[in-house]
Design a protein around this ligand. Structure first.
Ligand code: ASP
Ligand code: MG
Length: 439
């Protein structure tokens, strides 16, 4: 069994849905994970925001607009009248449901229910298309088996058991369709895996059933050595280790959801990144296979804030860092980079929720300074600690870049530098030239 995940643009129009069939209609047993049609989740977020703000008229207009789009989609998507009328019925059920929230109290639970509609609709419409085309397939409701625990981590035991039960109901079938992104939480309520979470669904499902391979299909021919949005000359990386891919996804490579590598790594299931527009391209294979040393890729993560704490109490003291970190732990705030000197420590966070409260507590320790609009640029690859030259090559490449902070030695897979976001592009270009000889 393999898992094939297709994102929003791959199901983003009737034409794209039609071409998807060519990629999945073959003898290989598979579970196909679909996102919502592109733009839908954004619209549902907007609708929810309007409802939170009690702008119910605005929400109603947005809902009508989205429904209209879908009415157009189904006219184009199907050739038979019976498919169109089935799809109309489906849309009216989902949109009446969304509309019902304009008449009642709106809380986070209603929001999650609204956000789930995009994937429920895309998978149902696609299933109808397969039926019309006489392609034998089964729609598996993700809400029957996807479940997160109290720490918002996948409840693998539950998922594995219940997914296997669902599959066992159809022993002679080989093509299954299911929703990405949506899940139940610890209370059994409808929830989701956060934006971009369909990749995570695919790797969780792959791990839960011990799939042979997990394929993430997007619009680019794999993970590139640099960010193609800022740098012209980039190339796809043929092979990555799980650790390298996890670092790249976490530090800004938009092609993969940051935590989606974990389930695949835990069960050692290869993940292949492929391109729907160019299915024959090799893409990127992510596996546990040994990697040659060297630079693999750079990626950047924006929206970084640094907090610098300078304190006489740190000098020759112990327990200071623990006290500082405890503040962040209490606010459940992950720290990305740290740098210390004998009397000061700098650390970075990627969101500023609760920052005011954190700063009040940190002020107890010394003088606190905050800087915003920074980016972490991560250089990922395999840099064995005993080998000279890697730091040298990076510093050489960054000769003309003002670097704010450096993290080296935390792992053999990542060297990160912090720069002002306004010079991120220059930094990516400088590294492309210095490390990959691409000018
Ligand atoms: N539809 C969801 C989103 O737009 C999940 C996904 O596409 O991966 O974030
Ligand atoms: Mg995505």
């Amino acid at each position: 069994m393999i898992i094939m995940k297709f994102g929003g643009t791959s199901v983003g129009s009737p034409q794209r849905m039609h071409s998807l069939i060519g990629l999945i209609d073959n003898a290989e047993a598979k579970i196909v994970v679909l996102s919502a049609m592109s733009g839908t989740t954004n619209s549902l977020v907007e609708i929810s925001q309007a409802l939170y703000q009690k702008e119910n008229d605005k929400a109603a207009i947005l809902i009508d607009l989205l429904e209209k789009n879908y009415s157009n989609v189904i006219q184009e998507l199907y050739t038979t009248e019976s498919s169109v009328s089935k799809a109309k019925e489906l849309l009216s059920i989902h949109f009446d449901y969304v509309r019902s929230f304009t008449r009642d109290l709106f809380t986070i639970n209603e929001e999650r229910a609204i956000l789930a509609q995009g994937e429920l609709i895309s998978t149902a419409l696609f299933q109808y298309l397969l039926e019309e085309k006489k392609v034998q397939s089964v729609l598996l409701p993700a809400l029957n088996f996807m479940r997160m625990n109290e720490n918002s981590e996948p409840d693998m035991g539950f998922i594995s058991e219940n997914l296997r039960l669902e599959l066992a109901k159809h022993p002679s079938e080989s093509l299954f369709i299911t929703q990405g992104y949506i899940s139940r939480n610890d209370f059994g309520e409808i929830d989701n895996l956060k934006r971009g979470g369909s990749d995570y669904t695919a790797t969780i499902i792959g791990a839960a059933i011990g799939a042979e391979e997990i394929q993430i299909w997007t619009d680019i021919d794999g993970m590139h050595n640099n960010d193609p949005r800022f740098v012209n000359k980039t190339f796809p990386i043929a092979k990555l280790t799980f650790d390298e891919a996890a670092e790249l996804a976490y530090f800004g490579a938009k092609i993969l959801h940051p935590t989606c590598i974990l389930p695949a790594k835990s069960q050692n299931i290869p993940v292949r990144l492929l391109n729907t527009m160019q299915p024959e391209a090799l893409g990127t294979l992510i596996s546990s296979e040994n990697q040659t040393e060297g630079f693999r890729a750079v990626a950047a993560k924006d929206g970084i804030t640094t907090i610098n704490i300078k304190s006489g109490r740190m000098l020759l003291a112990y327990g200071f860092l623990r006290a500082v970190f405890e503040v962040f732990e209490r606010y459940k705030k992950p720290i990305d980079m740290i740098a210390t000197s004998e009397v000061a420590v700098s650390l970075t966070v990627d969101n500023t929720d609760d920052l005011e409260n954190i700063l009040v507590e940190l002020n107890e320790f010394g003088i606190v300074n905050v800087e915003t609009n920074l980016s972490i640029v991560s250089i990922v690859g395999l840099f064995p600690a005993e080998k000279p030259g890697y730091a040298g090559a990076i510093f050489d490449a960054l000769r003309s870049i003002p670097v704010r902070m450096i993290s080296y030695g935390g792992s053999e897979n990542n060297i990160s530098v912090l720069v002002e976001t306004k010079i991120k592009k220059d930094t990516l270009l400088a590294l492309n030239k210095g490390l990959f000889q691409l000018d």
